[in-house]
Ligand binder design. Structure first.
Ligand code: FDA
Length: 305
């Protein structure tokens, strides 16, 4: 089921069929407050009022024209302006294929640099997302180029890839804030752990390494997971090392395990919610279904409603 949903996530034909349908829009609202930035900012305000800081991301991938990459970067600059105007505790999370990674390295470095520089001026921070394995080398390359001159940028690494232990060591040497996640794409067993149990174990091993290394600066390392068992193991390990509850962050997606997000925040743990917005939600939404096929029930309910 997981790999069928992940294959379906890449179908442009299916995306066109589904996007305009009202049942699909209803179902997507569970994970997406709305398609425009104002809906995302309103959700960030509501979460701020419950002491949960946020990250915002514009959905969309694989841009092939320089002009499109510039427009995406312009949009992120505008989001940073609005975050600053409202004084929100909201950072950005960005996919490099949206900033022209498929166009050229230079275009992507240029657009990411514009955003990171503006974020720096506003005292804000940008996390670079990690996409399918074919993009890992180029993503790290662009990230290093921009990180060379700014320190308010970090990167996401995926625990399902065998290579991640090595990448993590390289990045720790640069004192980079890292968000560790399990990984959301369809990868072959040649390069990624096929069994969830092994991914979970590798996640915990890498988490221990991050926590032992200590915080990289003002922005702590983050664990992007909703897995309660894994979160508990991380908390126990951190407490055993005498780390305060906010020395690291647990990051979750908008709409998933909301009670856990509020409970963690109320207990004083570092927690942050990633809010997505934008019209290109189909591939992203299918990846959320693939993570938990039981979510298909919500889609079915929305269809019958
Ligand atoms: P896991 O799959 O182990 O499930 C544990 C529990 O969490 C489930 O039992 C369920 O209760 C809940 N849950 C998990 N997913 C759910 C869903 N979709 N709907 C409802 N409940 C769900 N990936 C990537 O490749 N590159 C990236 O840059 C990022 N960035 C990112 C940022 C943040 C903040 C998060 C939280 C996640 C990502 N991911 C990502 C996605 C990540 O790789 C992974 O696919 C998902 O987080 C699912 O794995 P978990 O560890 O959360 O839960």
């Amino acid at each position: 089921m997981r790999s069928t949903l992940l294959k379906a996530s890449q179908s442009e034909w299916l995306a066109r069929q589904v996007r305009g349908r009202s049942f699909a829009q209803r179902a997507s609202r569970r994970f997406l407050p709305g398609e425009d930035v104002e809906a995302a900012l309103a959700a960030a305000e509501r979460l701020r009022d419950r002491r949960v800081p946020t990250l915002i991301t514009l959905l969309g991938e694989a841009i092939t024209e320089r002009r499109e990459a510039e427009l995406v970067a312009d949009e992120y600059l505008e989001v940073l302006n609005r975050i600053e105007q409202r004084d929100l505790p909201t950072q950005l999370s960005i996919k490099l294929t949206q900033l022209g990674l498929d166009v050229s390295r230079d275009v992507c470095v240029e657009q990411l640099s514009r955003i990171v520089a503006r974020a720096d001026a506003a005292g804000n921070y940008v996390c670079v997302d990690m996409e399918a394995s074919s993009y890992v080398d180029s993503t790290l390359d662009v990230f290093r180029a921009v990180r060379g001159s700014r320190t308010n940028v970090g990167i996401c690494l995926q625990a399902y890839l065998y290579r991640t232990a090595h990448d993590l060591e390289e990045l720790l040497r640069l004192n980079v804030p890292i968000r560790l996640v399990k990984g959301a794409y369809n990868e072959p067993p040649r390069i990624a752990y096929p069994a969830k149990r092994d991914v979970d174990e590798n996640f915990f091993k890498l988490a221990q390494r991050l926590l032992s290394h200590g915080p990289p600066g003002a922005v702590p390392h983050a664990f992007g997971t909703h897995d309660p068992h894994l979160i508990m193991r991380i908390q126990d390990f951190a407490a055993g090392r005498g780390l305060p509850k906010d020395a690291y962050e647990v990051q979750m997606l908008y709409g998933i395990r909301r009670d856990d997000q509020h409970r963690l925040a109320a207990a004083g743990y570092g927690v942050r919610t990633l809010i997505s917005y934008g019209q290109h939600w189909f591939p992203w939404y299918m990846r959320r279904l693939a993570e938990r096929p039981a979510n298909l029930l919500f889609v079915a309910k929305s269809l019958f409603r």
